[in-house]
Ligand binder design. Structure first.
Ligand code: AMP
Length: 218
């Protein structure tokens, strides 16, 4: 059983790296941001509560986040473990999480703010299937169309200069200090996220003592 948390500023590749680990190691990937986006897209009650907060790049109230994470983990479908992305983001969430679960490792993806800005403003998402693209490193074959389902590519509502500034501020003020809390338990593995995704994945595996990454199947 492996239980990991992946942390890093927006655009550092948390989702991508978590996905590569999850697929290979049979881990359940839990992305709090994805769960909220699902609620917004499907017009649920939770979606209505969080939509504006998310669009402004602000953090959703802790109670709501914690109950969502708790409910998700209580499904106990994670026989081989899980990797949580986008959580915890502040001291209260970290306390709740550490009290409830034994974590094997925190992966910290490091990326300078200028690179975050460059990546985030180039990020696109398929409006139909949710596949991620990046106009710098991961362009679609046909402009503005998803390679997988042909859906239209759009920007995330919170990938604007303004919302990004709010998210970066929150990250530096609230999320980064958590690393000190985790470091006291000696399980933070810092990885330079400037490299391409395969190199970053390889480094994560080396640090976590996991079998090497074999690349994506074509
Ligand atoms: P992400 O996809 O991780 O960038 O998350 C998108 C948005 O969802 C954030 O800007 C927040 O509004 C909300 N969100 C995701 N995770 C959390 C969290 N742990 N605590 C509070 N809000 C969150």
């Amino acid at each position: 059983m492996r239980k990991y948390v992946i942390m890093g500023v927006q655009g550092s590749g948390k989702g991508t790296q978590a996905d590569l680990l999850a697929v290979d190691l049979d881990l359940v990937q839990i992305s709090v941001g994805d769960m909220f986006r699902w609620h917004v897209k499907n017009h649920t009650k939770i979606g209505a509560q969080v939509r504006r907060v998310m669009a402004a790049g602000e953090l959703v109230p802790d109670d709501l986040v914690e109950s969502l994470v708790r409910q998700r983990l209580e499904q106990h479908d994670w026989n081989f473990g899980f990797i949580v992305d986008g959580f915890p983001r502040n001291a209260r969430q970290a306390e709740f999480f550490l009290e409830s679960y034994d974590i094997d490792g925190v992966i910290q993806l490091d990326l300078p703010d200028e690179e975050v800005r460059r990546r985030i403003l180039a990020r696109r998402l398929c409006s139909k299937c949710g596949m991620d693209y990046n106009l710098i490193a991961d362009r679609p074959t046909v402009p503005d169309r998803c390679d997988v389902c042909g859906g239209e590519l759009v920007s995330r509502e919170d990938d604007t200069e303004e919302a990004l500034a709010a998210r970066l501020k929150d990250y530096h003020e609230k999320t980064n200090p958590l690393l000190d809390l985790f470091r006291r338990k000696e399980f933070v593995f810092a990885v330079d996220a400037r490299a391409d995704k395969a190199t970053v994945q390889q480094e994560i595996r080396a640090k976590l003592n996991l079998p090497p990454y074999q690349g994506e199947e074509s």
